[in-house]
Design a protein around this ligand. Sequence first.
Ligand SMILES: Cc1ncc(COP(=O)(O)O)c(C=O)c1O
Length: 369
Amino acid sequence: MTSSHTIKARKTLDKIQPYSPGKPIWEVQKELGLDRVIKLASNENPLGPSPKAVAAIQNGLAELNRYPDADASALKKAIANKFQVTPQQVITTNGADELITLISEAFLEAGDEVIVPSPSFSEYDFGAHIMGATVVPVKFKEGFEYDVDALLAAVTEKTKIIYICTPNNPTGTYIPKSDLDTLVEAIDNVLVVIDAAYDHFADAADYTNGVEYINAGQSVVTLETFSKIYGIAGVRVGFGIAPESIIQSILKVKEPFNVNTLAQIAATAAIEDTEHVQTSQETNKAGREQLYKAFKDLGLTYVESMANFVLVQLGEDGEELYKQLMANGVIVRHGKIWDLPDYIRVSVGTTEENQFFIDVLKGLLVKQA
Ligand SMILES: Cc1ncc(COP(=O)(O)O)c(C=O)c1O
């Protein structure tokens, strides 16, 4: 029998850092013996899931002896209606995370280059690395604004994919439509993946999720998720919109039953729940303002956000303050994972959760002074 130690994993896996998720509430509660813990670390919907999605799941339980619809036809139709595209231009996945992996599997050869804004969502690097492709990070300009010239300068003959996360996680900044027009026009034979996971929160007039490029036949994929505004992160549904030929290639690497029955049912109901979407947008907008005001009062520098989180600079004690926030029952993300150790990223919660966070932070800063 061969010992398990002699079985070598693929070399490219050495480059992969495991994804670091936000700590769950129960774990922090248990570890620190706290009664109250709030989680503002994973950009979830603080109002809970779409009530329509919850009701639809309850009604769908009796059918669980059946395999899911491999084509997710009802969900794809609902998405197509919402985005004014055809169902053939839509693919549904087990969270947007899976779509990033599938895009990587469908389009990347070993040695290809993938341009990734830096700092941004870590799954783009993961997708590139599992395929043996090279990540080419491109830094943001001052204020974490997109640098289109730098992105274009990074394109080489080996470039296969450019990721544009807009609004960008973790900075909350977005790429204005005119800059995205320039980028999409300027490049050939490169797939532009526009990650619009947070698009419902972007209220700038010159914001776009890029669906118009797809309708114009450009090689663009718009990536979306049900985990943020729709509040159903727990059932895992994401989707992509792209020209049909691109969708066909991605479908070749997809598992047949990648989106489970309850997820399909929940997402189909959630996308029609305009009341929940609108309330979530209003809550988020008010919550961002609440946080901005508090940060100004505390003399802290923050990045204006088009998403449901805010990046705020705490200075050289960033890591200590992050730990102290946790010790006081507030889970946020420390910026170390994005090479921003002076910063934390805080998700926008309910008014009351935001206030709890602000009060704890204020107390810590006063103690420090
Ligand atoms: C920018 C971005 N894209 C994609 C995702 C993944 O979403 P999902 O929960 O659908 O896998 C996230 C999740 O945090 C994200 O921040």
